[in-house]
Ligand binder design. Structure first.
Ligand code: 2AM
Length: 188
């Protein structure tokens, strides 16, 4: 079985900014640089033939490159803890790409994703007893913001679980189309 997901990998300058924001709260379980990503679609465990169909279906996506920037931080809360994340804007192009990825996955035979798409880069996971440190992180980084960065490809990852936590391996990468710039009108 292969545990797969589709994601955008932020460039190094953006990952550096995120790593700087992580600061020094050793009680939170921070995501390592190698694992930072924005999930477009979590696929989960699939057998090889379906994985191949998904990869083929993803390769047929035609979508233009776009720009994103980091803005703000937030948390997901579950009963036992949750995740800290950085948000991105604008939402429309990344949501449009996620919708195409979703269609490709369903076209390959996966069940539709029922959860709403909430684009974010997970930075840490926390347990209930670390709630104060998680809250302090949110307050410290409320104004987190980056320059725009180009999203010109997306990636199919395989997640391998080990003693040291998950390790994400690139299985395939899919370039987005070059952006068409608006035609310059010639001055008469
Ligand atoms: P995240 O994007 O909020 O961190 C690989 O596991 C990636 O898929 C993670 O980035 C994870 O969440 C995302 N993901 C989405 N739904 C998931 C699920 N049900 N189980 C595990 N990971 C999931």
């Amino acid at each position: 079985m292969h545990r797969l997901f589709v994601a955008i990998r932020p460039p190094e300058a953006i990952r550096d900014l995120l790593i700087d924001a992580m600061g020094d709260s050793p009680e939170l379980r921070w995501v390592q640089d190698d694992n930072l990503h924005l999930t477009l679609r979590f696929i989960g465990e699939v057998e090889r033939p379906l994985a191949d169909d998904i990869a083929l279906s993803l390769s047929r996506i035609r979508s233009e490159a776009f720009e994103l920037r980091l803005t703000g931080v937030g948390m997901f809360e579950q009963r036992s803890g949750g995740a800290l994340w950085a948000g991105v804007q604008p939402r429309e192009p990344v949501a449009a790409l996620a919708a195409k990825v979703e269609r490709a996955c369903v076209g390959a035979g996966l069940e539709p994703e029922r959860r709403a798409f909430h684009p974010h880069v997970t930075l840490a996971r926390w347990n209930r007893r670390e709630a104060a440190a998680a809250q302090a992180f949110l307050e410290r980084n409320r104004a987190l913001a980056s320059e725009s960065f180009a999203v010109d490809r997306f990636i199919l990852y395989e997640s391998r679980l080990s003693r040291h936590g998950p390790h994400y391996e690139e299985v395939a990468d899919y370039p987005l189309l070059e952006r068409r710039l608006p035609n310059r009108r010639k001055r008469l």
